[in-house]
Design a protein around this ligand. Structure first.
Ligand code: IPE
Ligand code: IPE
Ligand code: MG
Length: 251
């Protein structure tokens, strides 16, 4: 993928050229973009400055994934549990997204990225919800990487909504299969997750893609999301390439 319109400040040190992508690249990568608050605290900045820096990093990592040959990248942007945060942080995050989404979507569109959304837009401020729908519509016909944005997303909530829709469709208990559930999830049509990366050092899923991550490999790094760059991404891919995936069988 060409770096159309890439911001030069993303590559401040030309000698630190990004590594070549490793040979084994996961098809579907999920990233739990954690550590924005700590990144800001360590610099004596307000937490929102960390979210701002984190937003800047999304485009850089999306392009690095596309360059490596990843087909689907799911990013965890806001969980159904993040509403528990202080109102000013939640409001600040929503405002940040509303301010940035059109510009970011246009840039990703120029890079042939197809944006999808998973989660619940119900309850989101209508103007922001409309911008999310517009970003999805703008990039609908693109043929490059799928950037799947988990926004107001929770794995349990997604499964509950899928079951509701299955029941509303009148599916009988005998016809309920794993494949059918797949088709009713927000991720319908996307492959299962191969690799979950969590920045910020925690070792948990925090309600991210519970169904789809059944056989995903897990990679946690202490690096906070705003500092997680192309080199670290490709290190995670290299580690993924060394894992032996057995899917319950014998290798
Ligand atoms: C992740 O960073 C971003 C969101 C959850 C929106 P955090 O805000 O959780 O950062 P830490 O974990 O407090 O450092
Ligand atoms: C997970 O991070 C959610 C996102 C990155 C959007 P959290 O910071 O909310 O997770 P916990 O609370 O530490 O589990
Ligand atoms: Mg966190």
């Amino acid at each position: 993928m060409t770096l159309v319109g890439a911001q030069p400040e993303f590559y401040p040190t030309p000698q630190a050229a990004p590594e070549a992508p490793p040979e084994t690249v996961p098809t579907h990568v999920g990233i739990i973009m954690d550590g924005n608050g700590r990144w800001a605290n360590r610099r004596g900045l307000p937490r929102l400055a960390g979210h701002h820096a984190g937003t800047e990093n999304v485009r850089r990592i999306t392009i690095a994934c596309a360059d490596a040959g990843v087909e689907v990248l799911t990013i965890y942007a806001f969980s159904t549990e993040n509403w528990r945060r202080p109102a000013d942080e939640v409001f600040g995050l929503m405002r940040l997204l509303a301010q940035r989404i059109d510009k970011e979507a246009a840039e990703l569109h120029r890079n042939n990225v197809r944006i999808r959304h998973i989660g619940e837009l119900e309850g989101i401020q209508p103007r922001l919800a409309e911008r999310v729908r517009a970003a999805v519509a703008l990039t609908r016909d693109n043929t490059g990487l799928v950037l799947n944005v988990a926004f107001n997303y929770g794995g349990r909530h997604e499964i509950a909504r899928a079951v509701q829709r299955i029941m509303q469709a009148g599916v009988s208990a005998d016809n309920l299969t794993e494949e059918l559930i797949d088709q009713y999830l927000d991720t319908a049509g996307l492959p299962d997750l191969d690799l979950v990366i969590r920045t910020g050092g925690e070792m948990r899923l925090s309600n991210f893609l519970l169904w789809q991550a059944a056989y995903a490999e897990y990679y946690s790094t202490p690096i906070c999301w705003p500092d997680f760059g192309r080199e670290e991404l490709y290190q995670a891919f290299a580690e993924f390439g060394r894992r032996v995936r057995r899917f319950g069988g014998l290798s």
